[in-house]
Design a protein around this ligand. Structure first.
Ligand code: FAD
Length: 382
């Protein structure tokens, strides 16, 4: 298929993965990002075998693994005593699903994708471009930015996250809403980490109405800490609202002593909170020459740790769908057929898993137990 250019709105993990997948199949892409620079916040991500299949195909898996952690054992612990209740060896995950689970700094994943996109085309990325609306007809689709600039293309991919403006424009009528959960996050240098936390390297603690999770990043030099729980109050939009150690500790005071110690160890200015957003599944991901991708297509709660993994899968499958098609319409239909049911399922299962992670009496069914790691985006039919 001969195309002039594919426009991608949003330079997050999904948008960059899509850009790279398309470039590697010979397509020209332009990525437009609202922020003044292409960068990610300081936080961790768990990247499972299904997403590593996408990263391998994109040619960046080794580079990412070099910058990440690969903890030997993932522990599930009693929230109050801290006693280890279950352990999963990463070696067993690798043997069963072909790749170990990585603990990744978001900035490192973003960087390896960005570097690869720019190496293919130094002019592919455009910062400071906030999507406002679009116009499309039989000959193409034009993105219009808030400052009046425009970008014409043959297809437009909305990869602008869980409050997607592209989605609101193309599929109006339903906005992202606060889902009653507030999360805290922090990165803590190794020198400040309590001994027990350092020994475990990765631990998950499901407690009443809240859970805590920590895991080592960058080969253990920093610890990523997340606490997420039900709340009645609304938190302003954004991932980086400053929070105090005292309020975090007060909300999780009944958790194991080494977790409380970990909260106290968070350096000043390094603790942030945000209110989780959720949206209902979309009945269609495609409208004419426009398709949704990543959180814009399937915004999900973090309880299965699969949002970025699915964004990477989406990106690769989109590239493969374009390579297999004779027209934009055919490519986008192939993409939607290949991806929508999986995206919707994981979105709904993530909500369900949230109940288990915040109630010690409900059995957990993490991503592996739900069969999600078996999916290979490099070979799935498009
Ligand atoms: C607490 C927490 C923990 C998580 N842990 C994991 C995990 O362990 N594993 C995992 O796989 N996933 C995890 N996720 C989910 C993951 O972070 C997201 O699913 C992923 O970042 C989605 O990528 P995206 O590219 O679709 O969206 P985003 O990363 O949100 O990127 C969207 C981009 O679009 C830009 N943008 C927004 N509006 C506009 C506009 N109007 N015009 C132009 N650009 C715009 C934004 O600035 C941003 O750069 C977690 C999420 C949370 C909240």
């Amino acid at each position: 298929m001969q195309l002039k250019r594919i426009t991608i709105i949003g330079g997050g993990i999904g948008g960059l993965a899509a850009a790279l997948a398309l470039q590697r199949r010979g397509f020209r892409v332009s990525v437009y990002e609202r922020a003044q620079a292409f960068r990610e916040i300081g936080a961790g991500l768990i990247i499972t075998a299904n997403a590593r299949g996408a990263l391998r195909d994109l040619g960046v898996d080794d580079a990412l693994a070099m910058r990440s952690s690969c903890v030997p054992v993932i522990h599930a612990c009693d929230y109050a005593t801290g006693a280890v209740q279950g352990s999963t060896r990463n070696r067993d995950i690798e043997a069963r699903w072909g790749a170990a689970t990585l603990q990744v700094h978001r900035g490192d994943l973003h960087d390896v994708l960005k570097e690869a996109v720019v190496a293919n085309d130094p002019d592919a990325l455009h910062a400071g471009c906030e999507f406002a609306e679009l116009e499309q007809d039989e000959s193409g689709v034009t993105a219009i930015f808030t400052d009046g600039r425009t970008a014409p293309g043959d297809a437009l991919i909305g990869a602008d996250g869980n409050t997607s403006a592209v989605r609101s424009f193309v599929f109006p009528g339903e906005a992202a809403g606060f889902n009653g959960q507030v999360a805290y996050r922090a990165l803590i240098p190794q020198s400040l980490i309590p001994e027990r936390v350092r020994e475990l390297q990765m631990g998950m603690y499901a407690g009443p109405g809240r859970y805590m999770l920590f895991y080592a990043l960058r080969g253990g030099s920093i610890m990523n800490l997340i606490g997420c729980g039900r709340a009645t109050t609304w938190e302003a939009e954004g991932w980086s609202i400053p929070a105090s150690n005292e309020e975090f500790e007060a909300a999780y005071a009944d958790f194991a002593p080494h977790l409380v110690e970990l909260i106290r160890a968070i350096p000043s200015g390094e603790l942030f909170k945000w209110g989780l957003r959720d949206r209902e599944p979309l009945a269609r991901w495609v409208d004419g020459r426009v398709a949704m991708l990543g959180d814009a297509a399937h915004p999900m709660t973090p309880f299965l740790g699969q949002g970025a993994c699915l964004a990477l899968e989406d990106g690769l499958v989109l590239g493969r769908a374009f390579a297999a098609s004779n027209s934009v319409e055919e490519a986008l239909q192939r993409y939607e057929v290949a991806r929508r049911i999986r995206g919707t399922n994981v979105q709904l299962w993530s909500r369900e898993e949230g109940l288990a992670l915040q109630d010690p009496n409900i059995p957990q069914r993490p991503a592996a137990a739900r069969g999600l790691l078996e999916y290979d985006p490099a070979t799935v039919t498009v």
